[in-house]
Design a protein around this ligand. Structure first.
Ligand SMILES: *[C@@H]1O[C@H](CO)[C@@H](O)[C@H](O)[C@H]1NC(C)=O
Ligand SMILES: *[C@@H]1O[C@H](CO)[C@@H](O)[C@H](O)[C@H]1NC(C)=O
Ligand SMILES: *[C@@H]1O[C@H](CO)[C@@H](O)[C@H](O)[C@H]1NC(C)=O
Ligand SMILES: *[C@@H]1O[C@H](CO)[C@@H](O)[C@H](O)[C@H]1NC(C)=O
Ligand SMILES: *[C@@H]1O[C@H](CO)[C@@H](O)[C@H](O)[C@H]1NC(C)=O
Ligand SMILES: *[C@@H]1O[C@H](CO)[C@@H](O)[C@H](O)[C@H]1NC(C)=O
Ligand SMILES: [Zn+2]
Length: 669
């Protein structure tokens, strides 16, 4: 396996025990990105960023300027070190320099300086507002690739005899294409626990045996992926989308770049995504992107954008529009079909262009409502933006439709309400029809995201989150049917996974009538029934909101039974809980006072009849947060066998790339 040089390991142990980091992925004063242990697809384009740090003060302080004359070599296993310029046949880039500050944090551990001298650190540096200052010199090599599978050492030599070695691994994958099409579903934030709860409320069981199964339950292959990021064990959706689409783990908030220490969010070292590689290698292949989030959000953005800051929404939309042609990376020319919400980022404003017009000029049809989506021709490119912000949840679109009124969210910016809304299923099936019509011969890649499983988990709105999960399941079922009708099922790899979890589970039932009748918080808790008192799911008993319950479509027949689920997450802000569906709109469990310093408090009106649950998160968190759990991977179709077992999030990228035959192996010398 890959070895690391002992002197590096020793340095790592003295500095890595901290939460606050000078620069993630860079434990030494010399930084190499892609960092140690990076994996690559053969032929995948990437940039290399080198940095040499000279901390001016703080625990690592040293005297003198950062090195102006560092060296960088690439060593293929058993070969000789070759200067990178020679290895990649490129010019030496210019030396850049800048400085940055960081907090050494709340870590009370004593630290060792470069000379191994024990240094007193400022405890609670952030509270004391004492940042440490670092001067930096840097170089970046743009758009290189490694074509020979195997092990490499990328070595940065600086300050005379200091070395930082990054061990790189180019995977040896078959170049034979086995799937014509790929559909990748991402249930954002979805865990096995949520699937179990969704099954309980939507599928009838008799004496402990389910009479029907979820579409996900019927997949032949189940795996588990580890979601850790490069420099933190809890990830966000930007970082995890990057891992799933590129095979590279990065830092929270980053999309398809490693985060360097410069302040520019666009100069960081990039690497190529599955959509870019697929299009570059198959110029006649199709790409589709569908999400129930605003389209500038991280999971859809991960197929187009390259930035260290997922909040650069205009960059994301312009990356869909222009692709990366300005970096001369690819002939990626934007997706064939792009469906979702977030109209605010497409409308002209003082800072942004009129993207609707620009997309139309480029040959896209525009759909602003479900009727127009269904009517749109399938042989032309399609942009569908159905409302401002995130798409209304399945529960609001299908059960509590009054919540769609008075939102002033029609995507044309006119201030009307968006009422004729598609769901994930409408959008996904339309995307498949467009991709099949336009690229039926050369194949296509589609990503479809159920975004509000995550968004509603954040706001502790478990009913809405599980509604989104059931909509995803129904979409997967309908996708399989549609592919069968089109004669494409056998040639299509379908992967359903998540990007991270939330600490959600169900521990019993709640007698909501009993709870409402109690006056004080402690007696209200006696409404919770655990073990034998959990009873049976009341959600599948027909009630006033009775919905379709046949033909393989499964949702609860009612959302407001007397006995509801006793559900919760592992970490939360102060809030109140009455375990009842929020029929008047999505939850806001915690709110701030005018004085933001005091943080979030429980919102009384969110659950008037409930009791107070004191929070466990820092006061600045008004919502729940992501959790550590591995997440499930369901696969069927060509290459399905690659997805069984327990593996890393990046393996999803490598498996899909292998199945599409995207590995480009060449003997360099
Ligand atoms: C840090 O860099 C600045 C220029 O960017 C320079 O003026 C300063 O002397 C440097 N400080 C140290 C301690 O090297
Ligand atoms: C940091 O860099 C900025 C410009 O890049 C410069 O103006 C400033 O003087 C530097 N600060 C120090 C302390 O070197
Ligand atoms: C480091 O130097 C900067 C700039 O002079 C200063 O603002 C900061 O407080 C110093 N930090 C420490 C830990 O001494
Ligand atoms: C749907 O969009 C079409 C095309 O823009 C428009 O003519 C129609 O009025 C819209 N329908 C609704 C209900 O907004
Ligand atoms: C929408 O707003 C109008 C006028 O502001 C009000 O009369 C109506 O009750 C509101 N409807 C809903 C469903 O809130
Ligand atoms: C919640 O915390 C407050 C103090 O912040 C305390 O007064 C109150 O008793 C706690 N309530 C519960 C239900 O634990
Ligand atoms: Zn989230």
């Amino acid at each position: 396996m890959r070895s690391s040089i002992p002197v590096i390991a020793c340095l790592v142990s003295s500095t890595l025990a901290q939460t606050f980091q000078r620069l993630g992925g860079c434990p030494d004063l010399g930084c190499v990105f892609p960092p140690d242990q990076a994996d690559f697809l053969a032929g995948q384009y990437f940039d290399i960023r080198l940095e040499v740090h000279s901390p001016v003060n703080g625990s690592e302080a040293r005297t003198g300027e950062p090195d102006q004359d560092f060296k960088f070599t690439i060593t293929k296993k058993d070969g000789k070190p070759v200067p990178a310029t020679k290895y990649f046949e490129i010019d030496e880039p210019e030396l850049e320099s800048w400085n940055f500050t960081w907090y050494e944090g709340k870590d009370p551990q004593p630290k060792h300086g470069p000379g191994r001298k024990l240094i007193e650190t400022d405890l609670f540096a952030q509270d004391a507002d004492k940042p440490s200052l670092v001067n930096v010199t840097s170089k970046i090599y743009r758009r290189v690739a490694l074509y020979e599978p195997g092990e490499y050492e990328a070595t940065l030599s600086y300050y005379g005899d200091e070395k930082t070695v990054a061990n790189w691994h180019v995977r040896d994958l078959s170049t034979k294409r086995r799937a014509k099409n790929v559909v990748m579903f991402i249930g954002d934030g979805m865990t096995t626990n949520m699937i179990t709860a969704a099954r309980l409320i939507a599928h009838k069981s008799i004496n402990g045996k389910y009479m029907t199964k979820m579409a996900l339950d019927k997949f032949p292959i189940l795996g588990h992926q580890m979601t850790h990021s490069m420099d933190s064990f809890i990830t966000d959706s930007a970082n995890s989308a990057t891992a799933l689409y590129t095979g590279h783990k990065t830092t929270v908030n980053a999309l398809n770049v490693y985060v360097d220490s410069s302040s520019d969010p666009f100069d960081d070292p990039k690497f190529e995504t599955i959509s870019e590689i697929f299009r570059r290698r198959n110029p006649d292949g199709g790409v589709g992107i569908v999400s129930t989030a605003f389209l500038a959000d991280a999971t859809p953005a991960g197929l187009a954008a390259h930035t260290s800051d997922r909040g650069e929404y205009d960059h994301v939309i312009s990356a869909y529009y222009e692709g990366l042609t300005k970096y001369e990376w690819t002939n990626w020319d934007g997706p064939d079909v792009l469906l979702g919400a977030g109209a605010e980022d497409f409308l002209q404003s003082e800072e942004t262009r009129d993207y609707y017009n620009l997309f139309a000029e480029k040959g896209y049809n525009l759909a602003w409502n479900n009727t127009a989506l269904h009517d749109a021709p399938t042989d032309e490119k399609l942009l569908g933006v159905f409302q401002k912000s995130n798409l209304a949840t399945w529960l609001d679109r299908n059960v509590y439709q009054a919540n769609l009124l008075n939102q002033s969210n029609y995507p044309d910016g006119s201030g009307r309400d968006a009422e004729d809304l598609p769901g994930l299923k409408d959008m996904t099936l339309k995307a498949i029809d467009v991709l099949h019509d336009r690229h039926g011969d050369d194949g296509w890649f589609l990503m479809s995201e159920a975004a509000s499983i995550d968004k509603q988990m954040h706001s502790l709105d478990y009913d809405r989150s599980l509604g989104e999960l059931l909509e995803l399941d129904d979409t997967v079922r309908a996708t399989i049917e549609r592919l069968k009708e089109l004669g494409e099922l056998e040639d299509t790899l379908i992967v359903v996974t998540a990007d991270h979890g939330h600490g959600f589970d169900v521990t019993g039932s709640v007698d909501t009538e009993y709870m409402d009748a109690q006056d004080d918080d402690r007696s209200k808790r006696n409404a919770v029934g655990y073990y034998e008192n959990s009873g049976l799911s009341q959600y599948t008993v027909a009630g006033p909101n009775s919905l379709r319950y046949s033909e393989g479509v499964h949702f609860p027949s009612r959302w407001d039974p007397r006995y509801t689920l006793h559900s919760g997450v592992a970490a939360f802000p102060d809030h109140r809980e009455n375990y009842q569906v929020h029929s008047e709109g999505p939850r806001t469990p915690a709110a701030t006072t005018n004085d933001k310093k005091n943080g979030y408090y429980a919102s009384y009106k969110d659950a008037v009849t409930g009791f107070v649950v004191n929070g466990t998160l820092p006061l600045d968190a008004g919502q729940g947060v992501h959790s550590l759990t591995d997440v499930p991977v369901f696969a069927q179709g060509p290459c399905q066998e690659l997805f069984g077992g327990v593996y890393n999030s990046i393996d999803i990228f490598f498996n899909i790339a292998e199945c599409l035959g995207l590995s480009e192996i060449k003997d360099k010398h």
